[in-house]
Structure formats: C-alpha cells, structure tokens
Design a protein around this ligand. Sequence first.
Ligand SMILES: *Cc1c(COP(=O)(O)O)cnc(C)c1O
Length: 456
Amino acid sequence: MDKRTKFTLDEEEIPRSWYNIQADFPEPLPPILHPGTGKPVGPDDLAPLFPMELIKQEVSTERWIEIPEEIRDIYRLWRPTTLFRAHRLEKFLDTPAKIFYKYEGSSPPGSHKPNTAVAQVYYNKQEGIKRITTETGAGQWGSALSFGGACFGVEIKVFMVAISYQQKPYRRIMMQTWGANCVPSPSPETKAGRAMLEKWPDCPGSLGLAISEAVEEAVSRDDTHYALGSVLNHVLLHQTVNGLETKKLMEKADVYPDIIVGCIGGGSNFAGLFLPFVKDKIDGTKPDLRIINVEPMSAPTMTRGPYAYDFGDTAGLTPLIKMFTLGHDFIPPPIHAGGLRYHGMAPIICHLYNLGFVEARAEHQLATFEAGVTFARTEGIISAPEPNHCLKVAIDEALKCKESGEAKTILIAHSGHGHVDMAAYDAYFGGKLKDYEYPKEKIDEALAKLPEIPGE
Ligand SMILES: *Cc1c(COP(=O)(O)O)cnc(C)c1O
C-alpha cells in the first residue's frame, strides 16, 4: 500500500506568476458598473481606494502576471504549502476514494488570506500609501492584513464585525501584536457606523456594513487606501499561487482530481485553488471534472440568490457588481463561520457558475462541525469553521464512493486552522450549536432592495 502522506515542493518552486482566468473565459466577465451612471467603472473611479497596479490586475486579460520578488520573499516564510493524502480519514470512512487536501493553515495568520494581503500591502507601499483600512468578519482577514502591514511597515486600521469582536478577542489581539488598530463595527467613527448605531445600538454588524465604514474612511484621507480580502478579481488572482502549487503537487502524486471541494464566503480561497484546474474544463481536456462550492444554509448566496447587479457593501458606496446575491441589506444570523456570512460572491465564481463550469451546495452548521470533528480525530488538524463546510461535502462524496465502489480522487481546499475558534467547538460539544436556515421571507425582503441600474 502507498503510505505517502505529504507532498511538498521546494521553496524555489513557489510560482513566479499568478494565473489570470480572465484570459481563458469563453465569454468575458460582466463589467462592474458605476451606480450613478450605469456605465462600466474606469480606473479613475477606483483610484481613491486602490493602487493603480491592482486596478490594472482587476481588469487584465493577460494569462500570467509576474509575482514581484519582494512578495515571493515574504511567501517563503510559509510557502509552498503542503498537499496531504488523508489516509486516516479514508480508512475511517472505509472508502475506496483517494482524499487529498491542500492545507493553507500553516501561514502565520493561519489561513490562505496572507497570499493576497502581502501582495496588496506591497503594491500600496509602492504607490506611497501610508495607511490601509479594511473590514474583517471572523478576524482572519484583519489579522492577515495586519501581518502584511508588519511585513512592509504600513499602518493598518481594521473595522471588525461587532459580533466577532466580542466572540473572538484573540484575533483582535493578534492584530494588535502585528501593530494594527482594530475597532468594532458599527463604530462611532464613521457616518455609516453612526447611522446604524442610532437605529440599532446592539447591531451585531455585518461584513457589508464594515466595508462601508472602511471605504468611507479611505476615501476621506489622501494617505489612506482600502483593501478587500475576497470577492474582487485581483484577490482571486493572488490566491492562484495556491492552485498552481496544488497542480504541480497532484502531478507529483500522479493523480488528477475527479472532484474538487471548497468553502466559499467571498470565494477567494476556493477559486485560488480551482482556477488553474477549471481551465482544463473550459478547454475541454477534463470535461468530467466536478468543482463543488460549499456555502452555509444561513447565507445561501449561490443556491438561493439571483444573478443580479448589487452593491458590495450595506451603505451602497461601492460600484455595482454582477453576482449571485442575497441583497446588500442581508444581515446573516451569527453562525460561527464568520468568513462565510457575506451577502454576495466573487464575480469570477458567479460567472463560472452561470456558464455551468462549477456547482454549488449549502450545508447546515451542525453537520459541518460533525465533519470537522471527524477530520480532527483522523487527520489531527482542527479546522476553522469555514473549511468544515467542505469537509462535510468531501466526506459525503467519499461515502458515495463507498456505496458505488468507485475510487474517485477528491481534492479539498483546506483554507485554515481553527485554533482561534475553539469557542465554536465548545458550543458544539455543549450542544449549543444551532442549525440556521435563512427564512425565505427575509431573503425576499432583502432582495426587494436590489439597486436599480440607471438607464435600464
Ligand atoms: C475568510 C476565510 C474563508 C472565506 O473567504 P473566501 O474568500 O471565500 O475564501 C474561508 N476559510 C477561512 C479559513 C477564512 O479565513
């Protein structure tokens, strides 16, 4: 029996370019629209928020975009990350399936997020920016950007969704350790925050609202830009460093996946892994490859939302993005997978879903924790609540293989560890974790507030 468990690359094999799927789409992405005019936004509209290099990446159709050496040098701190064969999970499930997982939990902040955080801080610094504002849900993105700020000496200000600020003090302390300033959102520091606090003093916050606050502060100061941890094309681009490594490693292991599963909040970690593979499906080399996006039942963006233009934030400050959306007014229930509570989804994933290249599935919180505990007791890794969602689907698919006798190869995008999420596991063991399914009327209510497109 082949016992090989870890597949690794040398530091010199860290990819030298990111892969840009926009070069290989059969149809181009729908443009991002200006909410005032209904016309596609230009670089000047985005310049108050982002450095020009990132704006160029956002719309580029070049297939390969070189990774600057300064960024690769920081990547060396934890990349390339390891591909694991889940022998012990396979044995426990008694399945003929071959299960692999690419693990991003070994980065300093414990997830995939520094892959883009480091790159974004670098390009801002190149343009002379001294401060970057951002939002964070579970605290993963805020801590990744804080780490990026520490790498390049740039000041970071984080608006953290209030419910997570209370539930996850350790993430805040991590941000402080890396030198950042973290405040709960809604905060009294911005108009958007004050307006919400007046209406609802105990508002648990939402990612959309925290984005409004961070954007508002960035546009009001010349030395300050804004950074987004997911959704946008350039973020997914930076994450492809992971998929490119994975493709090389799967070749080393002499396998090609039949099924790839990952969890989606804004879509960046999973897209980063699957984009170099979906290319093979688009060009017809691997027509049978299945790519399954897993989201929570409590924020069922892809499985329940329409494909429509919507704002990226609650206050309606961002451009209009065509995506599957639950409406920018959507405030999700406080499930523990904070990173999966966003109302929208990366346009790149939505486009691929709309064209039929990827699938989507929604899972209940409780079932995902059960899967996470099974994974911890077999593979050892205690996963963040987010990847527990795709572990559930991977286990289901492996059990289907047990029934059918097929030895399929399943590849899991494992986005991070759960060492700062132990309160969620405590709730699970204490029988306090609930299943949240978002009520249909509430979704309809939020969808009724989708913006109108000027000129249509
Ligand atoms: C933020 C986060 C996610 C969700 O964000 P995506 O952009 O969808 O990847 C998933 N897993 C972990 C561990 C995270 O920190």
